[in-house]
Design a protein. Structure first.
Length: 91
């Protein structure tokens, strides 16, 4: 397969950049804002794992969660960082 080179002017690049910024601004912010997930079920949904796996990770102290009384809560940003570092991979 060979490469294709296309020369576009600066004006077209600026138009594309503006449109991309508009599309990003229209995206729902719920997934990009940091916030708390309350309950093992929501945490499990967020990390795409069974609820039992969340409980196992909590028991092994291998997932960044907190407790609000008896409820598990987790901050999205902490879970994102945890996943980027390898998440629940077994040692």
């Amino acid at each position: 397969m060979s490469a294709i080179n296309v020369n576009v002017g600066d004006e077209l690049v600026e138009q594309i950049a503006r449109r991309a910024a508009e599309l990003l601004a229209e995206q729902p912010q719920a997934q990009t804002t940091d916030g708390w997930l309350r309950g093992a079920e929501r945490i499990a949904d967020y990390i795409d794992a069974p609820r039992s796996r969340v409980y196992a990770l909590v028991s092994a102290r291998r997932i960044p969660v907190h407790h609000d009384g008896s409820a598990l809560i987790a901050r999205r940003s902490e879970l994102d960082q945890w996943l980027l570092r390898g998440g629940g991979r077994r040692p």
